[in-house]
Design a protein around this ligand. Structure first.
Ligand code: DGT
Ligand code: CA
Ligand code: CA
Ligand code: ZN
Length: 552
């Protein structure tokens, strides 16, 4: 049993306790959920710890849970767990993958729905389970860089690159792919062997002369490919993908009479670099982020590829939550304004915006909200920050599109962001109307994390994008690319649509804690994957030009 399977089992035990008697078993529920978290995040395989008699070293696994796990590792099952889960069919646990479905609802569904409906729901939930197997980009990047360090240290590797979705900077990564070039000829097998000895390896999936695959904790697969210096460019290009880009590239090559493969062009044309390969085919170099077969090859032929935005182009961060307490509707930041300003200077920014959530609606009159906002205005304006700090606010959009802040309150701000933080399930038309109503307030400039998706957690809302885009274009409103790796919202495909139409976007980290300011690069990735140049992004403007945009 893998750690993930054990974690799932422990969670199912917790849910069963909850289903049977939440009050009576409240300590068991907490203990089993905690143990599940601990197992899931453990970097050692639990089975190995058990083999070494070290199960008690895992934090959050007490003697009682340890004894049941002991039984599982010995006999493949535990009497106690079977007892707790008695009467609950496996389908019920599977249904719990659906949003907002707990065990109670799942059991009810099994009783009340037809066989056909249940099968459909099960299919839906399996889809979700498989989907959540994709890893967030920063998580995959961290693991990849550790593995790459290991490869550089101990084997005769002279060049190393990531491949696949990781190199194309896709928001989520299925598996990690790495390419290396050996210093010596005939050393390939030694490198693949060394790779499989990576200390965190849980399982060697495959080991050959040029390729190897390992499985790491957290269900992360890493594929390694070793290639010759003569073919490095071809391998890098081919295994960076995407698959669709490669198909289109092969077709383009065929039109020129060439048969392109991961080794080069038959019979004997080889490429040391990707640039040589693309240029040989009459193409400008295509950045990995663009390789999705959405017109990049045609644009490359026409020399009209965009000059993609870079992190250095960003002059400020337009979504930051400080810890200045205005009794907010959602979580306040935990870093002080001073800390955030200091970090902004280190990052070379010319300006930032403090965008705390609005004071909560419940428990505050609109007058009180205005007073709190006046306090914040005074605080922001009367301090000498040493860089421009805009006084802004991230405002919840009410269900009907109105805002929980009075016009007087809005007047305290330089400009405002609006966000959907509740009521996600309106019809497309109602949701569109709601957003356009909120965007119509003159102080509102930015529609923050516009789809409200949370990767692996929640799908985005339904909106009539044509209408939203049209409104933004006509009224000079901007769409945020939220750089939080859990959000990355707008998603790259919508960024692409916005760029085509000439709609401006902003980049914001949604920082609630100082280290989150470093997430800007993930927003830049999304902008690049959407073909954005610095002209498309408002916070690439100098302070002076930005001020003009917000009428200051
Ligand atoms: P992922 O891992 O699901 O996030 O996506 P990728 O793009 O990393 O896909 P992966 O790991 O299956 O393969 C890496 C690249 O190798 C892929 O982008 C294109 C290339 N490739 C070469 N041959 C094939 C093939 O037969 N099938 C697929 N899917 N990709 C191939
Ligand atoms: Ca991959
Ligand atoms: Ca792969
Ligand atoms: Zn928000």
């Amino acid at each position: 049993m893998t750690n993930l399977q054990i974690a799932e089992l422990l969670r199912n035990v917790a849910s069963s306790y909850q289903y049977k008697n939440e009050q009576k078993y409240k300590f068991q529920i907490i203990a089993y959920n905690r143990a599940a978290d601990a197992v899931e995040h453990s970097t050692s395989e639990l089975k190995d710890l058990w083999d070494d008699g070290k199960l008690d070293q895992v934090p959050s696994i007490g003697p009682s849970i340890a004894s049941h796990l002991d039984e599982i590792f010995k006999n493949g099952k535990s009497k106690h767990f079977e007892e707790v889960m008695k009467g609950i069919p496996d389908e019920a646990f599977r249904l719990m993958a659906l949003p907002k479905v707990g065990l109670k609802t799942a059991m009810k569904m099994l009783q009340e729905l037809s066989k056909k409906e249940i099968d459909e729901k099960l299919k839906e939930s399996d889809k979700i389970i498989n989907k959540t197997k994709r890893h967030l980009l920063p998580y995959a990047e961290n693991i990849a860089s550790e593995v790459m360090e290991w490869l550089k240290e101990g084997s005769n590797v002279i060049k190393i690159d990531t491949l696949g979705s990781l190199r194309r900077k896709v928001a989520t990564v299925g598996d990690i792919d790495i390419l290396v070039k050996s210093k010596f000829k005939n050393q390939n097998a030694k490198i693949t062997e060394y790779f499989t000895k990576y200390p965190k390896t849980q399982k060697v999936i495959e080991q050959g002369e040029h390729t190897a695959s390992i499985l790491l904790p957290g269900d992360v697969q890493v594929d390694l490919l070793v290639t010759t210096p003569e073919q490095y460019g071809s391998a890098l290009q081919h295994f960076t993908g995407s698959k669709h880009h490669n198909i289109a590239l092969r077709e383009h090559a065929l039109k020129l009479g060439y048969s392109l493969s991961e080794y080069g062009i038959k019979p004997d044309k080889k490429f040391k670099t990707e640039e040589e390969l693309y240029n040989f085919l009459g193409l400008d170099y295509i950045e990995p982020e663009l390789r999705e077969d959405t017109g990049e090859i045609q644009a490359s032929i026409a020399n009209s590829l965009p000059l993609l935005i870079k992190q250095e182009d960003i002059k400020g961060d337009l979504q930051i939550h400080s810890d200045f307490d205005i009794e907010t509707s959602h979580d306040l930041g935990v870093s002080t304004a001073e800390e955030l300003v200091k970090r902004s200077k280190e990052l070379g920014y010319e300006y930032i915006a403090f965008t705390e959530h609005n004071p909560s609606k419940s428990g505050h009159s609109l007058e009180r909200v205005t007073d709190l906002l006046k306090q914040k205005e005074e605080y922001v304006r009367e301090n000498d920050w040493g860089l421009k700090v805009f006084n802004s606010l991230e405002i919840d959009i009410n269900k009907d599109g109105s805002l929980p802040v009075s016009l007087k309150g809005l007047e305290t701000l330089d400009f405002a962001l609006i966000s959907i933080h509740s009521v996600f399930d309106l019809s497309r038309d109602e949701m569109t109307k709601r957003v356009l109503t909120a965007l119509s307030y003159p102080k509102v400039k930015i529609f923050a994390h516009p789809t409200a998706r949370k990767i692996n957690e929640r799908e985005g809302i339904e909106l009539d994008w044509e209408k939203i885009f049209d409104f933004c274009l006509k009224n000079n409103k901007w769409l945020e690319i939220n750089a939080d790796p859990m959000r990355l919202d707008l998603p790259d495909t919508l960024v692409r649509d916005a760029v085509k139409l000439g709609i401006k976007m902003t980049l914001g980290t949604d920082t609630h804690e100082i280290t989150m300011m470093d997430n800007m690069k993930y927003g830049v990735n999304v902008a690049r994957r959407g073909w954005a140049t610095k002209k498309d992004v408002i916070n690439c403007l100098s302070l002076e030009d930005f001020k003009k945009e917000v009428n200051i």
